[in-house]
Design a binder for this molecule. Structure first.
Ligand SMILES: N[C@@H](CCC(=O)N[C@@H](CS)C(=O)NCC(=O)O)C(=O)O
Length: 278
């Protein structure tokens, strides 16, 4: 991987890398924050998955996560939200919720998407293997994300609980099989195989498999997407049925923006640090 940008930040390093991603058949950029403790030895990592329209730079520049990550000795690993490049398929109308910037963290099975759209494999396998071999990381991982990325974080953790110590989300798409964003993406990427859709629905996975990991979810009560797209009640019901340890907090007055994320990212990082240090 090639370093393409670096800034000092809270005593640590905010870095941007580029590499050839085998799972995605394209060149990708991602961001990393290494806390000052990484100068002395390996540190655990929190993976952050962003939402629709984002690149790795939205979280890096808007969430203000570095101050607390530096205090807690946590690395932040921030991938992009879809494959990229001129030969990568995009929605014909350039819609923001399909194609570029909208990979939904799935392995697409349908043409033309299946050539590049394998963000599930990329985030679960290729990216951790790469950063853990090249950077001072212990291999302990927590995962979090926002909206489409909250969906990705929950699905990755629920399907692979042995890979993570804890999971959290901000305004996740809690049941993509039951909302317009999810329907559109899952139909395009996976076709009409509803069993395949269910493998990417956090509420259905939680109901079916339960979850041994600690889960923290924050949702803004003034989020425009809450009722139609996000549906956190589905996640809450699934957790109750499965006896899983989900803390779901409705935050009065907060919307869907990075102002909401910036307000609670400290609590999420402290939550993950508690589990990563065990
Ligand atoms: N553009 C869409 C919404 C896209 C959106 O809200 N994206 C969220 C994630 S779902 C985001 O993080 N946007 C980038 C940003 O705020 O920096 C719309 O206006 O309906």
């Amino acid at each position: 991987m090639q370093l393409i940008q670096e800034q000092k930040c809270f005593g640590g390093r905010q870095i941007r890398y580029q590499h050839e991603a085998n799972s995605l058949n394209c060149s990708m950029q991602f961001s990393v924050f290494l806390p000052p403790q990484a100068e002395l030895g390996p540190v655990p990592a929190v993976y952050w998955l962003s939402g629709l329209t984002c690149t790795d730079e939205n979280f890096s520049s808007k969430a203000g996560a570095q101050r607390v990550a530096a205090e807690l000795g946590l690395a932040l690993i921030i991938p992009d939200t879809s494959p990229r490049g001129e030969d990568v398929a995009d929605d014909a109308e350039g819609a923001y919720d399909l194609g570029l910037g909208a990979g939904f963290y799935v392995n697409a099975t349908q043409a033309p998407w299946s050539m590049h759209y394998r963000m599930y494999d990329y985030v679960l396998n290729e990216l951790p293997a790469l950063v853990e071999s090249e950077l001072p990381l212990t291999g302990q991982r927590a995962i979090s994300g926002h909206s489409m990325g909250g969906h990705g974080a929950l699905v990755l953790a629920l399907r692979n609980p042995e890979r993570f110590v804890s999971v959290s989300a901000f305004a996740p798409i809690s049941s993509p099989t039951d909302c317009p964003w999810g329907h559109k993406a899952l139909e395009a990427y996976l076709g009409d195989d509803k069993a395949a859709w269910a493998e990417y629905d956090a509420s259905l996975l939680l109901k079916e498999k339960g979850c041994s990991l600690p889960m923290l979810v924050d949702q803004g009560a003034a989020d425009n997407f809450l009722a139609e797209q996000l549906k956190p009640d589905a996640l809450k019901e699934a957790a109750e049925q499965a006896g899983a340890s989900l803390e779901l907090r409705l935050q009065p007055g907060y919307d869907h923006s990075y102002y909401f994320i910036a307000s609670f990212i400290e609590e999420h990082l402290r939550f993950h640090a508690k589990h990563l240090s065990r």
